[in-house]
Write a protein that binds this ligand. Sequence first.
Ligand SMILES: Cc1cc2nc3c(=O)[nH]c(=O)nc-3n(C[C@H](O)[C@H](O)[C@H](O)COP(=O)(O)O)c2cc1C
Length: 203
Amino acid sequence: MKEIREIIRERRSIRSYEEKPVPEQAIARILEAARWAPSALNHQPLRYIVVSDGNLIRDLSMRTIARAGKVIRWLPVLRLFKRTLRDAKLVDVMRERAASTSGDPIFYRAPLLVLAVADRKGYHAETDLGYAAENMLLEATAMGLGSCVIGFASLLNMDRQAGKILGIPRGSRILAGIVFGYPKSHPAPPQRREDCLINRIGQ
Ligand SMILES: Cc1cc2nc3c(=O)[nH]c(=O)nc-3n(C[C@H](O)[C@H](O)[C@H](O)COP(=O)(O)O)c2cc1C
């Protein structure tokens, strides 16, 4: 059995998948890993929607791109506001990826999409998502599966019909998607900063 530190180092964001489906048992293990994540006040605000229908995943990609297109059209206006510069950068990144990911720059033709959904009034839900997501990513890595967090999936909140198709409860919103599948290749790790320690105090 692999040590946790090996699994942490091995995990990579995978953007190219085999057409092979993810077994039900593996899906159950991924959700179980999420269920055991810590949450603020043990509020457990997250629920999950699991999609393994390839046609629907592609449809959701198109819907996300359409929503991003609206953001792009509004960029000249949005750029007037400093806060939205970050969003502008996201759209630039997506444009780049569209050219390099066989036509699906959102969910990368992955066979499995898990959407994390939270109550709009959720307390610290975004922070809780981080812990739950990492548990899922590490569990997937331990099973030889690739994965990638898809922040762009939250654009689907702007698409009412997508909300209906997915069965998102009223008053809830998608925080992120995570795709899973068997990786076609294992990319080299992107650079990590060396200087993560600000200070070391005490013996
Ligand atoms: C909150 C969050 C949102 C992300 N959204 C996307 C996304 O929409 N599309 C994508 O390809 N990667 C996305 N990523 C993956 C990051 O690009 C990736 O983790 C980072 O480049 C480091 O690479 P690594 O995961 O291989 O270590 C996201 C990661 C996080 C944590």
